[in-house]
Design a protein around this ligand. Structure first.
Ligand SMILES: Nc1ncnc2c1ncn2[C@@H]1O[C@H](COP(=O)(O)OP(=O)(O)OP(=O)(O)O)[C@@H](O)[C@H]1O
Length: 730
């Protein structure tokens, strides 16, 4: 900047030699800067109003690789195509979410911030308010210290001009003495800001975790609702950035305000000392600052929207990474690295495009901001400082005062000038921080939108209110699903029976409907009593697993009634075992008792010997011999596919539920072990609801539910021949 101004000075001098005054040159310079800015601001509007045919095109191209960014290779063209599709999908999604307000400084932002504020500071007297009070006290002390240091520096200069060595040494000592509390307060401010950010984050995290695990929200948000793509990113990164941003904003807004107030008063006092008008300077500075701030506000890009979109794209990139880590083995077997890399590159490019967009928008904004802050305000400051001297009565050189007091007047004026200059520098710094805070507030609006939006979605999904791009409401629904405001209404009822004598599961005219509102089975009516071992068959995609999802309460019921026994403590009514079992983080013992904890196990009075017996029942005793029950291992990788399935069945024997929902859960288990597992389950009094394609399992069932894949079904008792189907097939 200094080099640039020197260069400008030199050109101005040359112009002066050629007959053009410096004033005229500066006018020309400022006019060209304003002209450049006007062109920059207006060009996007001009270029955004093309013909209708171009309109759609330009919309789709937003955020897509521009031709200059591709090297024209096949891969890049494919990438651009894929990205175009992605953006199209997002635009479609945006259209459906039209009612959602864009992030920015508006009423919605204030509402959301207040809501989050209540979570971060739940009471008038709490840990957070304590931190805030100490923080505020430190901020005020810092301002007083700055003013005191400015006054000391003024006095130092005064005694230098007077050549008063004794006084100079005394004030210098004071100046050093104040450095210790000043640096401590500075460090304390940073420390308290970090503590405050962490405290806010902890409150928000606890609240959102509570919501995330309420009513199986972790499943509902990603499977039944389409508003949040990467809940993990919002729960970690976004909350952290939001909390830090709020804590930082508190100090970057309050400190400059204190500074300005107290520095203004100090400046007025020293102006009064110089017997000058105390209103002219402040009035001038306030008008200049108000005007420049207004201009900055008008031309400021929508940082809230921009950072919100950036966070979105960053979240998506992380999502792709975590998918690759989770499915590394499958991808490696397929050799799918090309496709995966393409998707990663695509996600990264979208993030880069957004960041570039923000950088280029910032370039012009920061230029204008710096121009106002560094030049316009410095000029105004110089006028403010000189006004009391130029217009003040004090120190005016009247003939009587010429000789004796002249020297003292000069030193007084020097002291005033130094103090005022220091104070003005602090004030300018405070205003600059205030102005930059505006950008931070707008960025905060983006994070507030994401965090508050996430909590709103969690609240809604917990109550069964979902929003997802579904198939259009059409005649095929046959009145099965009712829509209100484009959203399907779950009119069906789940009735929990408390009668221990009536432990049946019954469905009355319940349709099987997917989260996309596709009707798989229009109406299903059946009653499963204890001891009715049900075999569920049908072609792929006919709704077998979906029936389990409905029975477990994961999918909403759009009509009819579902009667299920109320889960009794310590003994679940239904226990689901999937084809791909889930291995939790923990020891071998934790795997068997999942989802119980060690405390639950102790309460149920189950010891290690019983766990060993359970492992024997599923032929996994060798695992217990190999490892102790308490060694924590990554069981997902250690156990083979069949072993994992057997471990899942071990859980069934540990929990001993009334009903077992077995979704091809023994497909990788050898037939002899599978048979002994089914025998054991039946002997324990567990009623089996089995989805399987293996004829060897028919004999363990008494009833059959057959889906035809076209929406029809048949529920009947199996005859003896059918139960021995295995023998016919041999
Ligand atoms: N989360 C979901 N969102 C939308 N549609 C889904 C979802 N899960 C399943 N479906 C759809 O619901 C239908 C029934 O699926 P379901 O999993 O019940 O099939 P299935 O009978 O168990 O098949 P398979 O024998 O292959 O396991 C399928 O058409 C499937 O595409």
């Amino acid at each position: 900047m200094t080099v640039f101004s020197k260069y400008v000075d030199r050109i101005a001098e040359k112009c002066e030699q050629n007959g053009l005054s410096k004033h005229a040159f500066s006018y020309a310079l400022v006019t060209s800067a304003i002209l450049a800015l006007t062109i920059k601001v207006s060009i996007p509007y001009i270029s955004n109003t093309p013909s209708q045919s171009q309109k759609g095109k330009s919309k789709i191209n937003k955020g897509v690789l521009t031709p200059s960014e591709t090297d024209g290779s096949d891969e890049d063209l494919k990438l651009a195509e894929a990205e175009k599709l992605l953006v199209e999908q997002q635009l479609k999604k945006k259209k459906t979410n039209k009612q959602m307000v864009e992030p920015g400084l508006n009423k919605e932002f204030m509402k959301q911030l207040t809501m989050l504020g209540k979570i971060m500071i739940p009471q008038a007297i709490c840990y957070e308010t304590g931190l805030l009070t100490v923080h505020t006290f430190c901020l005020i002390s810092r301002t007083f210290l700055s003013i005191y240091v400015a006054a000391l520096e003024g006095a130092i200069v005064k005694f230098i001009v007077r050549k008063d060595v004794k006084q100079f040494a005394l004030v210098l000592l004071k100046w050093f003495g104040i450095a210790i509390p000043a640096t401590f307060v500075n460090s304390m401010i940073r420390f308290l800001e970090s503590k405050l950010a962490l405290a806010f984050r902890t409150r928000l995290v606890r609240h959102s975790y509570r919501l995330y695990f309420k009513n199986q929200n972790y499943y509902r948000v990603s499977n039944l609702d389409g508003r949040i793509e990467n809940a993990d990113h919002r729960l970690t990164e976004d909350i952290s950035v939001f909390a830090s941003s709020v804590a930082h904003l508190y100090s970057s807004l309050t400190k400059p305000c204190f500074d300005l107030m107290l520095i203004g008063l100090a400046l007025m006092r020293s102006s009064r000392k110089m017997k000058a008008n105390i209103l002219t300077g402040p009035a001038l500075s306030v008008s200049v600052i108000a005007l420049t701030a207004h201009i900055l506000r008008i031309v400021s890009p929508k940082f809230g929207q921009l950072v919100s979109e950036e966070a979105n794209r960053y979240g998506y990139l992380r999502h792709i990474h975590s998918r690759i880590i989770t499915n590394a083995e499958e991808i490696a077997f397929y050799g799918g690295h090309k496709v995966e890399m393409q998707q990663l590159r695509q996600a990264y490019n979208r993030l880069v495009n957004q960041m570039n967009n923000i950088f280029s928008q910032k370039l012009w904004f920061v230029m204008l901001e710096q121009f106002f802050m560094k030049y316009v305000w410095s000029g105004t400051g110089m006028i403010m400082v000189s006004l009391p001297i130029l217009t003040g009565a004090a120190g005016a050189e009247t003939p009587s005062a010429i000789s004796g007091t002249n020297e003292s007047n000069v030193s007084e004026r020097t002291q005033y000038l130094t103090t005022a200059r220091n104070l003005l520098i602090s004030a300018a710094d405070a205003i600059e921080r205030l102005m930059s805070s505006y950008k931070e507030v707008v960025a905060l609006a983006g994070y507030t939108y994401r965090v508050a939006g996430m909590m709103d979605v969690f609240e809604e999904t917990a109550q069964g209110i979902y929003s997802k791009v579904t198939v259009a409401e059409n005649d095929d629904m046959n009145g099965i699903i009712e829509f209100r405001d484009g959203k399907p209404i779950a009119k069906g009822r789940i009735i929990y029976t408390d009668d221990p004598g009536y432990m049946s599961i019954s469905l009355k005219a319940v349709p099987v409907v997917t989260p996309n509102c596709d009707i798989v089975v229009p109406s299903l009516t059946l009653c499963i009593e204890p001891g009715v071992h049900l075999l569920i068959t049908g072609p792929n995609g006919c709704g077998k697993s979906s029936l389990f999802r409905i029975l477990s309460g994961l999918w909403p019921i759009y009509a009819g009634e579902l009667h299920i026994p109320r889960p009794v403590e310590d003994k679940p009514c239904m226990f689901y075992i999937p084809q791909r079992p889930y291995m939790s983080i923990g020891s071998l013992c934790d795997q068997i008792i999942y989802p119980d904890t060690r405390e639950d196990m102790k309460r149920k009075d189950i010891d290690e010997n019983q766990l060993r017996d359970i492992l024997k029942m599923v032929s996994l005793e060798h695992i217990a011999q190999r490892d102790s029950f308490d060694v924590v291992r990554d069981w997902k990788d250690i156990l083979s596919g069949g072993e994992k399935q057997r471990m899942a069945v071990a859980r069934l024997f540990y929990h001993k539920p009334k009903y077992a929902l077995l979704d091809e859960c023994t497909s990788a288990v050898s037939i002899d072990v599978e048979s002994s597992i089914y025998e054991s389950a039946k002997s324990m009094g567990i009623t089996l609801l089995t989805i399987t394609h293996r004829p060897t399992l028919w004999k363990y069932h008494t009833h059959i539910l057959e889906f035809d894949g076209m929406g029809s079904w048949r529920f009947r008792k199996m005859d003896a021949n059918e139960q021995q189907k295995e023998q016919f097939l041999q």
